[in-house]
Design a protein around this ligand. Structure first.
Ligand code: ATP
Ligand code: PH2
Length: 175
């Protein structure tokens, strides 16, 4: 049985773009995952712990026959492979992969909360998600996502990040 999941990817250390690309390549390599869509890349001011560099953020839509817990393990494995070290909560990271949504499931276990509990407060998540899925509905949410965005204070810090030629780097990876 295939499930649909949305991931949020972020990087704010070293060569941020190559970490995002590396994570996408790792997802691509997994035969149990097919990437359906990748948002544009957004450059975003840090939220939470603000004494750190800007992030590049994207949202990825995928189909998979992994259970949610298996998908989480895959995400953590990619973070490790790409050299992420955990030091400061909400602090700088080479690459972060979070599960935003897994079908319309509500999941609450020791190591997994889906929908991601902080996604509603994060313009760096909601803006790319709305780009690829403007009519998405979240489980147990009374409001359309666009209305949620209206109430998020940090949206001024989210900018579409374009290469000089105006093409975003992930265009060739979209199916
Ligand atoms: N939806 C989820 N996606 C990814 N990790 C999750 C999720 N829910 C719970 N976790 C747990 O969070 C743990 C720590 O995550 P991490 O260190 O990446 O947090 P963070 O990215 O710094 O902060 P935030 O959770 O606010 O994005 C993971 O090991 C995982 O077990
Ligand atoms: N702009 C931005 N800020 C953050 C991010 C992120 O990906 N982008 N991730 C965090 C921890 O998950 C904390 N703060």
């Amino acid at each position: 049985m295939k499930s649909v999941a949305y991931l949020s990817l972020g990087s704010n250390l070293d060569d941020r773009l190559s970490y995002l690309k590396g994570a996408i390549e790792e997802l691509h390599k997994d035969e149990r995952i097919s990437i359906n869509n990748v948002s544009s890349i957004y450059e975003t001011e840090p939220v939470g712990y603000t004494n750190q560099g800007n992030f590049l953020n994207i949202v990825v839509k995928l189909e998979t026959d992994y259970e949610a817990e298996q998908l989480l393990r895959k995400c953590l494995q990619i973070e490790l492979e790409l050299g992420r070290e955990r030091k400061i909560r909400w602090g700088p990271r080479t690459i972060d992969l979070d599960i935003l949504l897994y079908n319309q499931d509500n999941i609450e276990t020791d190591n997994l909360s889906v929908p991601h509990p902080r996604m509603h407060e994060r313009a760096f998540v909601i803006i790319p998600l709305l780009e690829i899925e403007p009519n998405i509905e979240l489980p147990a949410m009374g409001l359309p996502l666009q209305k949620v965005l209206d109430h998020i204070p940090d949206k001024e810090g989210v900018r579409l990040w374009k290469r000089k030629d105006g093409e975003d780097e992930f265009a060739h990876l979209e199916s």
